[in-house]
Ligand binder design. Structure first.
Ligand code: ATP
Ligand code: MG
Length: 274
């Protein structure tokens, strides 16, 4: 990976914008994140400006909160706008919360620039505790009613897919939005087009509530081998989904905390043994 990135480093040194753009077109966001800390601040800024917008958003979403806040302050306005548009709602809410802490005025301006629907959804998400399911979830799920036929659902998916966080699981809700079932994309594709959702859905849904602790969310996903978990409110109404990428971040955080805790405990031991 280091070798594949050295042309990029070279182009950064030379300030060769065209070459950079071409190289960045073919660089995976994860490969950039792997060397992010070694890049000079100025070069990071250039990378975030020149990356195609969807990848810029993916890199951005994985940066520490303080760094996100800094970029939202300093990147060109058009790029900030693109980032805010490209981020999924959970990542957007997190980033705006980060800015809020550093610069409430900027946070307010950024929120005002969002379209009203997005703004409302972000406001909603920022009400939840950061370390609970509500703080991890995104409302970009696909939900259907049990009376729909398989072919109707597939037609619906074509329209809903571009904005959904995932389409591999389709949740079934009743008229009040309460979670009633789940089916996978595979279940859908293999079923006869005329079949009703009710006939193929799994009515025993494993879910979290908005106030379920993030560690419990991670445990549920690991135990059941799910990559996505639906989240319901106190009335059983589906309000979001948590995806495995966010849960992996949680596990990483908790592991780091544990290591720090262990390190803190180990220091006196070492001192005593001398
Ligand atoms: P399989 O692994 O059996 O081939 P698949 O590849 O279609 O199935 P998986 O992702 O493995 O899909 O999911 C298997 C089943 O788990 C699906 O039929 C789906 O309805 C069900 N499922 C998904 N999420 C949940 C959930 N939160 N609670 C209960 N069941 C779920
Ligand atoms: Mg499977």
């Amino acid at each position: 990976m280091e070798t594949s990135l050295s042309p990029l480093r070279q182009a950064l040194q030379e300030g060769d914008t065209l070459k950079l753009q071409r190289l960045l077109e073919e660089t995976h966001p994860q490969d950039l994140l792997a060397v992010w800390d070694d890049l000079e601040g100025e070069h990071r800024y250039v990378v975030l400006t020149l990356l195609p917008k969807d990848r810029a958003a993916e890199v951005f979403a994985n940066l520490p909160a303080e760094e996100q806040a800094e970029y939202l302050k300093t990147l060109p306005p058009w790029r900030v706008r693109e980032l805010l548009e490209e981020l999924s709602l959970d990542d957007l809410a997190d980033a705006l919360q980060a800015v809020e802490e550093e610069d409430p005025d900027l946070a307010r301006r950024l929120k005002e620039a969002l379209d009203p629907e997005t703004r409302a959804e972000v406001e909603e998400l920022t009400q939840y505790e950061e370390d609970e399911a509500g703080g991890l979830m995104t409302p970009e799920y696909v939900a259907v009613r049990e009376g729909m036929t398989v072919e109707e659902v597939i037609r619906f998916l074509r329209r809903a897919a571009p904005d959904a966080e995932t389409i591999y699981y389709i949740y079934v809700v009743d008229e009040a939005g309460r979670l009633k079932g789940v089916l996978s994309l595979r279940d859908l594709i293999v079923a006869d087009p005329k079949t009703k959702v009710a006939e193929i859905m799994n009515p025993k849904v494993v879910f979290a509530r908005t106030d379920t602790d993030q560690e419990e969310v991670a445990r549920l996903m690991a135990d059941y081998d799910f990559t996505v978990l639906p989240v319901v409110d106190e009335d059983g109404v589906l309000v979001g989904i948590v995806t495995v990428d966010d849960v992996l971040d949680v596990l990483e955080e908790e592991a780091t905390e544990d290591i720090h805790r262990m390190a803190a405990v180990d220091v006196p031991d070492l001192v005593y043994s001398q």
